[in-house]
Design a protein around this ligand. Structure first.
Ligand SMILES: Cc1cc2nc3c(=O)[nH]c(=O)nc-3n(C[C@H](O)[C@H](O)[C@H](O)COP(=O)(O)O)c2cc1C
Length: 337
């Protein structure tokens, strides 16, 4: 079915097609029959085996990566696809429009995307109100947070702290995004000095919440090996529960399309090797102590299994869903058993 829909979607501007897909999912999921249809199309099994990771019980090992449903507008529809967890965001304290369009490009031959969206989102307050009004039972909800475009790097902990306190009560876990390439300077927060300060502040702040809220740090695939080791050491010592590896890359390995020269982060098939290498290194460095959510170029059961074999506890997808459609969910769930 998606094979027939995809050419139509791909004729439309990538962002518009994305918005239409989310709208359709959410509209269908308003009624029980619609939710059944969505689940059938995705081929997700009815029975699930829960897994314990970062102190939470996940219905299965597959989640939706951040950026797909930034403002949490289609949670019920996305949950109906069979994901065990959904990560919304990146959310910034204030609403922002992101970079000028066009800012999302399909590299069809490469099964890849390049995006330089720059965190368009409805802002912390508006997303908090939406989450407060509507919970999605049966699925773990992650909220990915970042700093506002105009916030200087030195004041970044203030942005993350505000968001942690505002959105934490409505989230099952919080992902700290210090790795998007489209917000100037953001990735320098992965360096030891900034990261130690940021995580110490967030660990202190979360003690104010009335339950222990697990936190994960989302890392870039473009860190050097030494940079990755350093970040992982800081994360472990800070008492943060896990890492998400990886975000998009500025590298263009495996890209021949002229669109490769567009500025932004590359995701999808060409990212897989880099993301896998990062996961392997993190697991080795921490001897498996730090739970890893693997993301980057997973486009079928084979890649998902490779990430598991490398030691990842959970996996996430984004670009694979754009190219393979909802059946990807069933395929990966089956492969992960
Ligand atoms: C259009 C687009 C928007 C994204 N937005 C975010 C974001 O807001 N925050 C974030 O942490 N990651 C974001 N990502 C990165 C994804 O969550 C994921 O880490 C990356 O795309 C690699 O996975 P994939 O190859 O399965 O797409 C975005 C990716 C894409 C393609």
């Amino acid at each position: 079915m998606y094979a027939r829909l995809r050419p139509l979607l791909f004729r439309v501007d990538a962002e518009q097609a994305h918005r239409a897909t989310l709208w359709l999912l959410e509209a269908l999921s308003r009624v029980a029959l619609g939710r059944r249809v969505i689940r059938q199309i995705s081929g997700s099994p009815r029975t699930q085996t829960h897994v314990e990771v970062i102190g939470l019980s996940f219905p299965n090992r597959l989640g939706l990566a951040a950026g797909y449903d930034k403002d949490g507008r289609a949670l019920r529809g996305l949950a109906s696809l069979g994901f065990g967890h959904l990560e919304i965001g990146t959310i910034t304290p204030l609403a922002q429009g992101g970079n000028p369009r066009p800012r999302l490009f399909r590299l069809v031959e490469e099964e890849a995307l390049i995006n330089r969206l720059g965190f368009p989102n409805a802002g912390g307050e508006s997303v908090r109100d939406r989450l407060r009004a509507r919970r999605t039972p049966g699925v773990v909800l992650g909220v990915n947070i970042g700093k506002g475009k105009e916030t200087p790097l030195e004041s970044a902990p203030g942005d993350y702290g505000r968001l942690l306190l505002a959105l934490g009560p409505w989230a099952d876990y919080v992902a700290i995004n210090v790795s998007s390439p489209n917000t100037l300077g953001l990735r320098s927060l992965q360096g030891r000095v900034y990261l130690e300060g940021l995580l110490a502040e967030l660990v202190t702040l979360r003690a104010r919440l009335d339950r222990r809220l697990p936190m994960l740090v989302k890392l870039s695939p473009d860190l050097t090996e030494a940079g990755l080791d350093e970040a992982v050491d800081v994360i472990e010592s800070a008492g943060v529960e896990g890492v998400i590896a990886t975000n998009t890359t500025l590298a263009r390995e495996g890209v021949e399309s002229p669109l490769g020269s567009e500025a932004g982060g590359l995701s999808g098939k060409p990212l897989f090797r880099r993301a896998l290498a990062a996961v392997e290194r993190i697991v080795r460095r921490t001897q498996g102590r730090l739970p890893v959510i693997a993301v980057g170029g997973i486009r079928g059961g084979k890649e998902a299994r490779a990430m598991r074999e490398a030691g990842a506890a959970l996996v996430q997808v984004y670009t694979g869903l754009v190219y393979r459609g909802p059946a990807l969910v069933g395929e990966i769930l089956e492969a992960l058993g």
